[in-house]
Write a protein that binds this ligand. Sequence first.
Ligand code: 13P
Ligand code: SF4
Length: 341
Amino acid sequence: MANAIVEETFETRYTLPPIEMIEDPPEEIRQKQKRVRELCTERNAILLAHHYQRPEVQEVADAVADSLKLSQAAAKTKADVIVFCGVHFMAETASILCPEKTVLLPDLRAGCSLAASITAEDLLEWKAQFPNAVVVAYINTSAAVKAESDYCCTSANATKVVQAIPAERPILFLPDRFLAKVVAWQTQRSNVFGYPGYCHVHKTIQPEQVARILEEHPDAELLLHPECGCVSSCMARAAEGGLPQERTFFLSTEGMLRHISESREREFAVGTELGIFHQLHKKFPDKTFYPVNPDAVCAFMKTITLDRVIRSLETMSPEVRVSLETAGRARRAIDRMLELA
Ligand code: 13P
Ligand code: SF4
C-alpha cells in the first residue's frame, strides 16, 4: 500500500487534543506540587513521569525516565497506586505488570499516534501472511496487540531483543517503520519486516532539519530518537561519509541522557520531543543543546497537568485496567523483554 494511503488510514484513528498553555505563577505551581505529594503519601502512590511530560509534572515525580525504565519501576514498586504521567499504552503496561495495583492515567485523552497505527486485527492479518515469523512489538502498542506478539521491546532494547531471535526466523517488527529500519541496520538482518506505522511527532523530524542544524553547529554531536522520519536518510548519509558515523547516534530518551553524561562533547543536536530538554538543561547545565525540530511537541503527553494529577489522586480515576485474559497473554511478551533488558 502506498505510504500516503497508509498515513490517511492511521490519521483517522486518533484525535489530537489541543495543547493548553499553562501560565500559573511559580508560587501556585509550588502549592499544587505540594498537594500532589501530600496525596501521593495519603494514597501510598508512586508518580511515574515520562521525559516528554510538562516540566512541572517531571519535577514532582518519583521517577522520570523512558518507557523501559518506567515499566521496570512499575514492576518493582511496593506502592498501592501508580499514577502514570505518560500515555495510555504506558499505563496499560503498568497494569499488566501489576494487576493488583490501581493504575491512574490523569487524562484518558493521552493516547499515542504510533500505538494507534496498528490494531490486533491488523496484526492477525499480517501474521497470517508469515506463519513462521516471530512478532516483535514496540512498547508503543495496545495491550491487545502485545497479546498477539512474541516479544515486546522499547527503543532502548529493540536491537538486543532482535539479536536474541534465531537468525533464520523472519521478524515482523511493529508498528514503527523508522525504528524497524534502525534495528535491521544495527543487527545487519535482511529478514526484519517493518509495519508502516509512525509517530506523528517524530515523523516531522526531517533530513533537511538535520542538515541545517549541523551546518549552524558543526561541532555538535547528533542524537536522534529512532522513531524520527530522518533515520533512513541519516543512516545512508553516515554510511557514505555525509555525516560523521562516530558522531551520529540513534538512542532512546534515556539513552540520550546516558550518552551525554559519558560524552566529553559540549554541544548536541537532539532530535526528539521537546519535553526532554527539561532534563537535559537540568542535568547538564554547562552543555548546550539544539532541537533538530523546535516544533516537535506531543499533544498527547501534554494533556497531563498538575491539576489533572491532583484530581486523579483525589477521585482515584481515571483508572486503566487490562482484562486478565489479555493481560496474561501480553505479559509473556513484556516478560521476555524484561528478562533480556
Ligand atoms: P522512549 O522509550 O525512548 O522514552 O520513547 C517513548 C516514546 O513514546 C517515544 O516517542
Ligand atoms: Fe506516541 Fe509519538 Fe507521543 Fe511518543 S511522541 S507518545 S510515540 S505520539
